[in-house]
Design a protein around this ligand. Sequence first.
Ligand SMILES: Cc1cn([C@H]2C[C@H](O)[C@@H](COP(=O)(O)OP(=O)(O)O[C@H]3O[C@H](C)C(=O)[C@H](O)[C@H]3O)O2)c(=O)[nH]c1=O
Length: 189
Amino acid sequence: MDIEPLELDGLCLIRPARHGDARGWFEEAWSAPRLRAAGLDLAFEQDNLSYSVAAGTLRGLHFQAPPAAQGKLVSVITGAVLDVAVDVRSGSPTQGRHVAVRLSEDDPARLWVPEGFLHGFVTLAPHTRVAYKVTRAYNAEHDRCVAWNDPDLAIDWGVSAPVLSGKDARAPRLRDLPVPFPPGWRGKA
Ligand SMILES: Cc1cn([C@H]2C[C@H](O)[C@@H](COP(=O)(O)OP(=O)(O)O[C@H]3O[C@H](C)C(=O)[C@H](O)[C@H]3O)O2)c(=O)[nH]c1=O
């Protein structure tokens, strides 16, 4: 397994070894001891799986507000996505900046998104399945969304008219929300 830190503090790509043979391949999708040895002591409460029929389906930008904030370990089972994480930690030197990475069934890379980030993805292929582990269970009361096309975030999703849920189509701009992760907030992971 190797870990590739990304330019926003805390964000990284985690690539488990993919052991190929004539049948296909095997990988340890998640290993607590291997991650702990690499300095990532992560505990998860829930596994999620989402299936999107069409390419150009955009889910996001989402986060759970404290005290239900979630860290997310995101992987693609089938298909491919452009996965986006936006730093919204008050006082972070990279607050407001984002990273966009391609995740696909052909690459073992997973994206680790700590608490304090908005998260979303747009599918790059039909019949895309995204599996992700979260550090806290779903909490509808603290579930929040931000407009995918918020001009302050300037994210190039590569699509102009994505398939959206009603909730995401009506999402507010970040500036119109209460500060999601206020000064002094400290995450779990
Ligand atoms: C997230 C979640 C949702 N739900 C229910 C609530 C709705 O009735 C239905 C669809 O929820 P939603 O439209 O929020 O699903 P997505 O748009 O895929 O949301 C996810 O997409 C982005 C990429 C994320 O990072 C979040 O993990 C998550 O918000 O599933 C649950 O029962 N449990 C859950 O943990």
